[in-house]
Design a protein around this ligand. Structure first.
Ligand code: ATP
Ligand code: MG
Length: 367
């Protein structure tokens, strides 16, 4: 990945601009971790980058960065600039481009995110980021009280990096977070959710949850049930426990999953009826929350003769034809009993046997 990234910055350099790899990729590279994408910082402006990379997409005209895919790697190329969020009140949210790297690095959040790699593959570490990686420390570039006041998202980013990298927050970072925590209210729930997803999606999530509690961010984040959070391999499992369905933005699919997981929790996810009703994923998440092993649930699932209605060899038409009846509420009652009988191995999933059972059930129901 580094070789591809070096090619990218050399292409920018061949066009007469400066360019460095920066941010998460360099941090993760120095820690021997894999990155998903690469951030590049350059003095080329977005328009100039579009000339160099015709397939580039401007993410957001106000944000001043472009995205390029090269060899399946996502590159986020940002023009040297100073902080855009805190600009004086006359020009809020305008980007101020600058022409040197040092100024660009100073507007960044944490020292560990300021380390660069130049076009020769040399690491340049102007703000002692490597030292803080060595100390496993989250330290802001600027005075933390100023830094968090400028951009409250950094509060959540600090907790996110402490969680995913298993680093500690610098003493003053902790103090500044406590003092500025009320600023989190200004952030949209969308942005909060994006960061919280990264915290809850980490195998080290309990550290993040503990930090949220210790720094007393839970009530500002509306995470009143945070005490109940347990380790869960699925982010949706954590959100299910938090019960913030009406506060944070969720997709329809996420809302349905959370509802189903809660039902499966109540109905016992190890039961064949529950597994049949909600599917393996929902029951696996519910089982994990209950401390039931994946193996146990997979074992029950693999022994089930049917997993969904489609697995049953007869359908509603067969029933109607066989019984010579009209569609009606009795059909759904019939199905309930039939499904239960198959799941409990009282009948095999065979057309003849099923239809004969259907007849018996029907006779009982209509008497
Ligand atoms: P990852 O990509 O692994 O999630 P990252 O550190 O690369 O982590 P990005 O969101 O990709 O995070 O941002 C790239 C870089 O831009 C950061 O490393 C940091 O230098 C800078 N940056 C991002 N967000 C902020 C912010 N809110 N305030 C200051 N600098 C920021
Ligand atoms: Mg990044």
């Amino acid at each position: 990945m580094l070789d591809v990234a070096l090619k990218m910055i050399n292409t920018i350099s061949d066009n007469g601009y400066e360019a460095y790899i920066v941010g998460g990729f360099v941090r993760d590279y120095l820690m021997g971790k894999k990155s998903n994408d690469v951030d590049i910082t350059t003095n080329a402006k977005p328009k100039e980058l579009l000339d160099i990379f015709p397939t580039a997409v401007i993410d957001n005209a106000d944000y001043g960065s472009v995205t390029v895919y090269f060899k399946d790697i996502r590159f986020e190329i940002t023009t040297y600039r100073v902080e855009e969020n805190y600009s004086d009140n006359r020009h809020p949210d305008t980007i101020i481009y600058v022409d040197n790297l040092d100024e660009d690095l100073k507007r960044r959040d944490f020292t560990i995110n300021t380390i660069c790699i130049d076009k020769f593959g040399q690491v340049c570490d102007k703000l002692q980021g490597k030292e803080d990686i060595g100390k496993r420390l989250i330290k802001t570039v600027d005075d933390p009280f100023v830094s968090f006041a400028h951009d409250a998202l950094r509060i959540l980013r600090a907790i996110r990096f402490a969680t995913t990298l298993d680093f500690e927050l610098d003493f003053l970072v902790r103090e500044a977070i406590k003092e500025n925590r009320y600023l989190l209210e200004e952030l949209s729930f969308n942005r909060k959710k994006e960061e919280l997803n990264k915290i809850f999606g980490s195998t080290n999530l309990i550290k993040g949850v503990t930090l949220i509690k210790d720094l007393e961010l839970d009530s500002i984040l509306k995470l009143d049930k945070i005490d109940k959070v347990k380790k869960c391999s699925q982010v949706i499992g954590v959100w299910t426990i938090l019960e913030v369905d009406n506060i944070y933005p969720f997709t329809r699919n996420e809302l349905k999953l959370m509802k189903d997981i809660r039902r499966a929790l109540k109905e016992n996810p190890l039961k064949v009826e529950t597994l049949y009703k909600y599917d393996l994923y929902v029951c696996s998440v519910a089982a994990e929350l209950l401390g039931i092993s994946k193996k146990d649930i997979a074992n029950v699932y693999s022994k089930m003769s049917i997993h969904k209605r489609g697995d049953i060899v007869i359908d509603t038409h067969d029933i109607i034809d066989y019984l010579k009846i009209e569609e009606g509420p009795i059909i759904s009652e019939l199905w309930d009993k039939l499904e239960r009988a198959i799941l409990n191995n009282e009948v095999t999933n065979d057309k003849k046997q099923l239809l004969s059972l259907v007849e018996k059930i029907y006779t009982k129901l209509s008497n």
